[in-house]
Design a protein around this ligand. Sequence first.
Ligand SMILES: Cc1cc2nc3c(=O)[nH]c(=O)nc-3n(C[C@H](O)[C@H](O)[C@H](O)COP(=O)(O)OP(=O)(O)OC[C@H]3O[C@@H](n4cnc5c(N)ncnc54)[C@H](O)[C@@H]3O)c2cc1C
Length: 318
Amino acid sequence: MKITTHINNSPNKTLFSFELLPPVKGQSIQGIYDAIDPLMEFKPPFIDVTYHREDYIYKQHDSGLLEKVSYRKRPGTVAICAAIMNRYKVDAVPHLICGGFTKEETENALIDLQFLGIDNVLVLRGDARHADSGFIPTSGGHAYATDLQQQVVNMNNGIYLHEDHDTAFKTQFCIGVAGYPEKHFESPNMKTDFSFLKKKVEMGAEFIVTQMFFDNSKYIDFVDKCRKNGINVPIIPGLKPITSSKQLISLPKIFHIDLPEDLSEAIVKCKSEKDVKEVGIEFMIQQCKELIKAGAPVLHFYTMSNPGPTRRIAEAIF
Ligand SMILES: Cc1cc2nc3c(=O)[nH]c(=O)nc-3n(C[C@H](O)[C@H](O)[C@H](O)COP(=O)(O)OP(=O)(O)OC[C@H]3O[C@@H](n4cnc5c(N)ncnc54)[C@H](O)[C@@H]3O)c2cc1C
């Protein structure tokens, strides 16, 4: 079922959902089930699965020479989505990314997803490889999320890369895109960033999932600005409970977001990592209560495949 249908079917209720990372190569699917099982009692109508571009690693040969090798650390997004749909009967939402895929590979992946009965995709540019200083598009692939989105829209209209579209099957993917209440870090300003988000919605994006944030006023302002600019699709807040003191530095660095002073001060005062986790959970419970009051359609948790803190929050909220 489309995410928009799930939301429309629950007009007076905030839904619960979450995101998982595929396990590191060499681990079993059981890790995914272990990350989902503790959260199923909160009845997620959908579960997102991230996609990860390949990175480079260096292998040292006996001669001492270093060989640069392309290596995908977390493969398996499509198969995990299939396993989730099969085992839990909830909608799985694969993330689709530009990086690492040619247009042909994207088309084939979308055909697989359609055959699996997957109705929703979250369309993204994807992160840069760790070894690169910025995002480098794959040769024969897409440079921006809007380019990838256009390919999905084309397939929804029966337009494939090399087929006669009069006879081609029309897919029916419900398309979601990313939104940044604190601006995407590469955008020169909020207005420019916003213009691309608006373009995505005009191209047919039916829902937005936000980058994580810790200051609800940023989400509320963002939604307000969207509405004033004619963006009327559901805006799903992305939420990440703080679980360690290191995240005071890593979250702003990786995700280009601010942490509110009261939260950072409370974390600095903690005497142990256990205390930090408690502060993070309590802060997020309050954040969720406010977001429900503000009319958030869904609370979407970035679990990083660690269900414990999200479960504690869901117990207090749902
Ligand atoms: C909810 C969510 C889920 C995510 N999941 C994943 C994941 O599974 N895997 C992963 O690798 N990363 C993921 N990311 C990270 C994301 O891929 C990065 O934030 C990436 O840097 C930008 O992705 P985007 O889709 O917003 O890109 P885009 O929309 O392409 O935007 C990238 C930048 O270019 C600008 N821009 C956009 N369109 C154009 C255009 N047509 N011309 C010129 N400039 C343009 C934007 O303003 C922005 O600054 C996720 C992010 C979010 C918020």
